[in-house]
Design a protein around this ligand. Structure first.
Ligand SMILES: NC(=O)c1ccc[n+]([C@@H]2O[C@H](COP(=O)([O-])OP(=O)(O)OC[C@H]3O[C@@H](n4cnc5c(N)ncnc54)[C@H](OP(=O)(O)O)[C@@H]3O)[C@@H](O)[C@H]2O)c1
Length: 348
């Protein structure tokens, strides 16, 4: 395949976060690396978090956003793994801060790529690494720590939906916490059994009752701030809260009272660390599990697709309605692709 000299890539124009698309040289893979021709890349909360937290010292001329995506390996550096992936469709993750998926091409470590089978589309594959792997990691924890039921906050989002689906699959009752009536109705229509609304004045009392009734000893919390305090208080004696995101963008930590007096635990979770702790073999086994789940069980809704030069519109669309589904950046995007909003499972 002929690789062009230059490509389009999303950059930040300034540290305030204004995006521009620049024509830059297509990077060449070194030892252990591959060049991926990008097919699709989602906008995830972690991408926006990373963009927001860029330090004033960081050189913006080399920074391309985008953590995960999918594409075709079109060139390989030295090494067994790069050669193995050459010509394959892969789900891939960027090496921070030297590469990013919001571009036509990306060089990344071959060990950050995982082949995707025919049954999984490029779009579905582009979201394979972060959320589905996290959902699988959570169920590894839930099952090995023998939790009888769990609390799932921000349950109407992509990862919250996966947690709900896997709860059904593994027979673990899930108490779904959503923002409002609209999201609650959405989940109830989708067959969810336990749904609580943050907007409900009686929320805290309802959560307390339900966690005790179902013996829900684990809560998964991507909201953090005062919400962490609410769920820590509501869990039964000895319960654990895992904070894995900061959707509320709050700096506020919970009070230590439930930890000191009720033997409760507060943990953080970051997928990269979890995978490192589990080791390569277990990570590969989990990736195979994720691929299987994406073929059969998990569904990720896509609300829209945009070309790279519409990145700001893509982000605005996503932030305007995160529950509406993922927004993808597609380098070869045309109008037909862009407006065909579907769920991934329908496209397989
Ligand atoms: N630690 C890790 O390794 C790891 C891995 C994967 C994901 N995550 C985290 O998981 C979280 C969810 O990711 P996702 O891809 O599922 O996101 P998503 O699909 O965009 O869904 C986010 C959901 O959260 C809701 N939400 C946003 N802000 C909220 C707030 N302040 N209070 C209550 N609900 C709120 C949204 O509702 P609206 O539409 O009403 O805004 C939406 O339903 C993110 O924080 C992400 O960073 C962490």
């Amino acid at each position: 395949m002929k690789i062009p000299e230059k490509m389009q890539a999303v950059h930040l124009n300034n540290h305030g976060g204004q995006f521009v698309v620049r024509a830059v040289l297509v990077p060449r893979p070194k030892q252990g690396e591959v060049l991926v021709k990008m097919a699709a890349a989602p906008i995830n909360p972690s991408d926006l978090q990373r963009i927001r937290s860029i330090s004033a010292e960081q050189d913006l001329s080399t920074f391309i956003p985008g953590i995960e995506g999918s594409g075709m390996v079109v060139a390989a550096g030295k090494g067994m793994l790069p050669k193995l992936w050459l010509g394959k469709r892969v789900a891939c993750s960027a090496v921070y801060p030297s590469s990013g998926t919001w571009a036509k091409y990306m060089v990344t470590s071959a060990s950050y790529c995982f082949p995707i089978p025919k049954a999984i589309s490029d779009e579905q594959g582009s979201m394979l690494l972060v959320n589905p792997m996290t959902a699988v990691a959570f169920f590894d924890i839930i099952l090995s720590d023998k939790h009888k039921a769990i609390v799932n906050s921000a349950a109407a989002g992509a990862l919250g939906t996966m947690i709900r689906i896997l709860g059904n699959k593994y027979n673990i009752p899930v108490i779904n916490v959503v923002r409002d009536e609209r999201q609650a109705n959405m989940l109830l229509a989708d067959g969810a059994q336990y749904v609580l609304k943050l907007s409900d004045k009686a929320f805290t009392g309802q959560l307390h009752l339900l966690t005790h009734e179902l013996k829900a000893t684990l809560a998964l919390d991507p909201i953090s701030g005062s919400h962490t305090q609410q769920i820590l208080e509501a869990l039964p004696y000895g319960g654990t809260v895992i904070v894995y995101g900061n959707l509320s963008a709050s700096d506020q930590g919970p009070s230590l009272r439930p930890l000191l007096l009720e033997n409760k635990k507060l943990h953080g979770f970051y997928l990269g660390n979890w995978m490192k702790d589990k080791g390569l073999l277990k990570t590969v086994r989990n990736l195979i599990r994720v691929r299987q789940l994406l073929k059969n069980d998990l569904k990720i809704t896509i609300q829209n697709r945009f070309p790279l030069d519409k990145v700001q519109l893509a982000i605005d669309t996503y932030l305007n309605n995160m529950t509406g589904g993922k927004v993808l950046l597609i380098p070869e995007c045309n109008e037909t692709v862009r407006y065909s909003s579907t769920t991934l499972s329908e496209r397989v």
